[in-house]
Design a protein around this ligand. Structure first.
Ligand code: IMP
Length: 195
């Protein structure tokens, strides 16, 4: 294989890796153990914020055999900027009324400004959840606008836009197995080399 072939046969641009799939798996298992220790014997109501939290949600759900993982959609982003407005939509027949009296675990891919998790917390509280624990794989504390409580954090990261392991940029790069830093220059150079 020539150098050129080796460099361009990758499916994705060579973005800088922050966390490998193995790092993520290990940390998710630790978080799940901590979560189980914090919860009582009663099974929690697991809720994931789709699409981004799906891969993380699956890992945490594995620690709660037989537990349904509910989906909610929360829209607050266009491109790489938060719009500030959060629209919450339960999916797949999930009715928010089901959280009444339950210990809810809200699974998020990343807490950035905090607006999404704040809006979800308020909505779950309003529907009578007994408790709400927010568990996020990533957190960007430097970007926080809303001072929202986050109970468990996988990794704190600097103010960089990340993709992979469920996280996207306009629906692209979700399927990357690692968490990497999006860089338009790398993307552009890769596209030119592929052409
Ligand atoms: P927040 O409401 O600003 O905290 O944003 C939370 C949501 O924004 C997350 O669930 C992600 O969908 C999205 N988001 C924030 N930062 C990033 C990032 O670096 N990469 C991909 N999505 C992000």
């Amino acid at each position: 294989m020539t150098d050129r072939t080796a460099a361009t046969s990758r499916r994705f641009p060579p973005f800088r890796t922050l966390f490998s799939g193995v790092d993520i798996l290990r940390r998710s298992m630790e978080l799940t153990r901590q979560l189980k220790d914090a919860l009582g014997d009663e099974p929690p109501c697991l809720v994931q914020v789709v699409e981004g939290a799906r891969p993380f949600g699956r890992l945490v759900q594995a620690g709660f055999p037989g537990q349904v993982l509910h989906d909610v959609r929360a829209r607050s982003y266009e491109g790489t900027e938060s719009t500030g407005e959060v629209t919450i939509t339960p999916l797949g027949g999930f009715d928010l009324a089901e959280v009444a009296g339950r210990d809810v675990v809200l699974l998020e891919d990343i807490v950035d400004t905090g607006r999404t998790v704040d809006a979800l917390r308020r909505r779950l509280d309003a529907h009578g959840a007994r408790s709400v624990r927010v568990v996020t794989l990533l957190s960007k504390p430097a970007r926080r606008v809303v001072d929202v409580a986050v109970d468990l954090v996988g990794f704190e990261i600097p103010d960089e836009f990340v993709i992979g392991f469920g996280m996207d940029l306009d629906q692209r790069y979700r399927e990357l197995p690692d968490i990497v830093v999006y860089d338009p220059e790398v993307e552009c150079a890769f596209a030119s080399a592929e052409a």
